[in-house]
Ligand binder design. Structure first.
Ligand code: RP5
Length: 170
């Protein structure tokens, strides 16, 4: 098994299109990551095995993404002392509100750091995971500075476009 610093578990392969965004961001930031499917409800022993093998692989942070009655983050957090970031997926008729509450409302002592619902959450989970990795990795820390500079540059571009179109107030 190849070493990874961030392990992304998704509750279903139907979550993959949303969570592939997290993998892309982690790749851009130079963080070795892997994504696989493991369901807290349908394959609890697979979740348990992946979490117990993770320290030997170098995993520092878990990202858990699931929709509906989303327990994946909490189940992972119950089995590890490493940080767990939860992404509520908007895959149910309740558009992720159910997954948001299931993921964020952990009882005291077993935190799941819950980010935004859906695609924005996938990006934010990756950036937050990289920020944790960056505490002991200067290359990732530098990549994060460059990432933020790129975001700011996009705003500058957008501002110039809006001002140039004549619709921007100055
Ligand atoms: C959750 O149920 C999964 O994370 C997914 O978001 C949702 C639907 O899963 P599938 O029925 O598409 O496998 O456990």
């Amino acid at each position: 098994m190849k070493p990874v610093k961030v392990l992304i578990l998704i509750g279903s392969d139907s979550d993959a299109p949303v969570m592939s965004g997290a993998l892309q961001v982690l790749e851009e930031l130079g963080v070795p990551a892997e994504m696989t499917v493991a369901s807290a409800h349908r394959s609890p022993s697979r979740v348990e095995r992946l979490v117990s093998e993770a320290p030997d692989r170098g995993v520092q942070v878990f990202i858990a993404a699931a929709g509906a009655a989303a327990h994946l983050g909490g189940v992972i957090a119950a089995r590890t002392t490493r940080p767990v970031i939860g992404v509520p997926i908007d895959s149910s008729p309740l558009a992720g509100f159910d997954a948001l509450l299931s993921t964020v409302q952990m009882p005291p002592g077993i935190p799941v750091a819950t980010v935004s619902v859906g695609k924005a959450g996938a990006t934010n989970a990756a950036v937050l995971a990289a920020q944790i990795v960056a505490l002991s990795d200067r290359a990732v820390a530098a990549a994060l500075v460059a990432y933020k500079e790129k975001l700011a540059a996009k705003v500058e571009d957008a501002a110039r476009r809006v001002e140039g179109s004549g619709t921007g107030a100055t």
